[in-house]
Ligand binder design. Structure first.
Ligand SMILES: C[S@@+](CC[C@H](N)C(=O)[O-])C[C@H]1O[C@@H](n2cnc3c(N)ncnc32)[C@H](O)[C@@H]1O
Length: 220
């Protein structure tokens, strides 16, 4: 069936990081829009659409059946990756959750430090906490971008385990791989800077990060 719906720009950015012929685990799938769109576009071979709650999984199943994709997308009750086996997948998407929850889900998966696994992560909040966890645990951000949709700012990163542990500067926790040379990434960083400035009162790390980010954004 041809792809009849278009993803939100946020989910489309996640989809753009999925390699052709991937075998996907979509953790916190809810409606399963992402694996459905990827299947309809013939981009993935299979998907395990996981959620911690039955309600969202029921919604996912209805949508999967509507698009006649039950042979390619399996729904599964799973807290994080707990019920997903390594040999079923090569790509993990975790989108639409807080950065700390995403870090927790990754930390609880015994095979996450596999260099062949692509992780596509879209934290809704506390992105810096996720980046800190990634760097301290030997993961590298290979690509990162940002989109603005309905006045909200989102970032998505493609991450892989390298084994190289980094001690990030305050700036790099907020910058990740974003660049002021791209309009939507700059908008995301400016939004982050506004947030940091509010947080800076009584928070030394936020104050230092705000100063470093302001320098990066506005001084050549
Ligand atoms: C806001 S929705 C995001 C849906 C979709 N991924 C997106 O980005 O549009 C978050 C979903 O994550 C699920 N969730 C929360 N914690 C989870 C966990 N530990 N493991 C799996 N799913 C979880 C929730 O039940 C909910 O359906």
């Amino acid at each position: 069936m041809k792809n009849p719906f278009s993803l939100s720009r946020r989910l489309a950015l996640c989809a753009s990081y999925v390699a052709q012929d991937s075998r996907l685990a979509d953790i916190g799938t809810d409606h399963a829009y992402l694996p459905i769109a990827l299947c309809l576009d013939n981009k993935i071979l299979s998907a395990v659409a996981c959620d911690i709650a039955q309600g969202p999984l029921g919604r996912a199943k209805e949508n999967i059946l509507r698009y006649e994709l039950a042979d390619k997308i399996e729904t599964r009750l799973s807290d994080g990756l707990q019920n997903v086996k390594k040999d079923e997948i090569d790509t993990v998407v975790i989108a639409g959750m807080g950065g700390e929850l995403i870090a927790k889900i990754l930390s609880e998966c015994p095979y996450i430090k596999d260099k062949s696994l692509s992780l596509i992560l879209q934290p809704m909040t506390r992105c810096e906490k996720l980046i800190l966890w990634l760097y301290e645990n030997g993961f590298a951000i290979q690509h990162q971008s940002a989109v603005t949709e309905d006045g909200k700012h989102y970032t998505v990163m493609l991450v892989r385990y390298t084994g190289e542990v980094k001690t990030p500067s305050p700036l790099s926790l907020y910058l990740g791989k974003l660049s002021k040379e791209h309009d939507e990434e700059k908008t995301f960083l400016e939004h982050t800077l506004n947030r940091l400035k509010k947080q800076a009162i009584g928070d030394d790390l936020a104050r230092i990060a705000a100063r470093q980010l302001e320098e990066y954004l506005y001084e050549n």
